[in-house]
Design a protein around this ligand. Structure first.
Ligand SMILES: [Zn+2]
Length: 277
């Protein structure tokens, strides 16, 4: 190739290289700017209880955490980033415990047995978790009686797993009390409070239910005798005139299951991003 040909060739290629260079330079900045523009501090704090515990409900603190750590840790900054990946829980084991069963119906309202609502939610949750790659173990998969001793022994025989017990509440003579509550025993496992908080906050967020609180030093046996991250969630009140039709509807049970699943994924992504000492 002659010098003049080479020169004209370079002259043709240079603008193209310049555009490619600018594109490469600006793309990550644009992506970053878009993520910051779409950042939702309320969403971020609800889905990252460990951040809320340190920063409180502070939008600037949430944004600064997101920029400094959250993005690198793969935490989501807004609902638009919310879609669940197929492999979000691959290698992760979850024990699901449908409360009561068999001769123990749990609470009963209008001919509806708590044990059946619990199992229905658990089976929906199992489907979602398995679709994200989790291994799911059940303490019961049908209407059989399972003792509390069996349930917590089952937990402790699977030390790599996390545990979710699903229940409904009821209050005699009161149809006005409603809402969700959750229980864990933080003293047995350093991750239990974080795990319980992820599950509880995400279930609340998904359903819009009233939050009645997370009790972190519960003596309920399935969490008190558990040495793995574990939570018992009371998904609502069958005795509530407002919540009874919700808890017995497949659509609302879907929302509860989706919220709990999101909480488990949320916990998994947070705990895998925290370096172990
Ligand atoms: Zn119960």
């Amino acid at each position: 190739m002659s010098c003049s040909k080479m020169f004209s060739c370079i002259r043709k290629v240079l603008p193209v290289l310049g555009i490619v260079f600018l594109f490469v330079l600006l793309c990550p900045l644009n992506a970053k700017a878009a993520q910051i523009a779409g950042f939702d501090p309320v969403y971020y704090l609800i889905h990252n209880p460990d951040v809320a515990a340190v920063y409180g409900w502070d939008a600037q603190g949430a944004l600064s955490h997101y920029l400094t750590y959250g993005m690198a840790e793969g935490r989501r900054g807004c609902a638009a980033e919310d879609e669940i990946k197929d492999d979000a829980l691959s290698g992760f084991t979850v024990i699901l415990d449908a409360g009561h069963g068999g001769r123990d119906p749990g609470c009963v309202r209008n001919g509806v047995y708590e044990k059946n609502v619990n199992l229905s939610i658990v089976l929906k949750l199992k489907t979602i978790l398995e679709s994200c790659g989790a291994t799911v173990l059940l303490t019961r998969s049908d209407d059989s009686f399972v003792s509390l001793e069996y349930r917590y022994t089952f937990e402790n025989l699977n030390p790599e797993a996390v545990f979710v017990s699903v229940h409904c509440n009821a209050l005699s003579g009161n149809t006005n009390i409603s809402g969700m509550s959750a229980y864990c025993h933080a003293a047995n496992n350093s991750d239990s409070a974080l795990f319980a908080s992820c599950v509880y906050e995400n279930a609340l967020y998904a359903t819009g239910a009233t939050g009645r609180g997370l009790k972190t030093m519960s003596d309920l046996k399935v969490v008190y005798y558990s040495y793995i991250p574990s939570v018992l969630i009371e998904t609502g009140y069958l005795s509530s005139s407002e919540e009874f039709p919700l808890l017995t509807s497949p659509e609302y049970q879907d929302l509860i299951a989706a919220g709990i699943a999101r909480g488990i994924i949320n916990y998994q992504s947070i705990s895998s991003s925290i370096p172990t000492m």
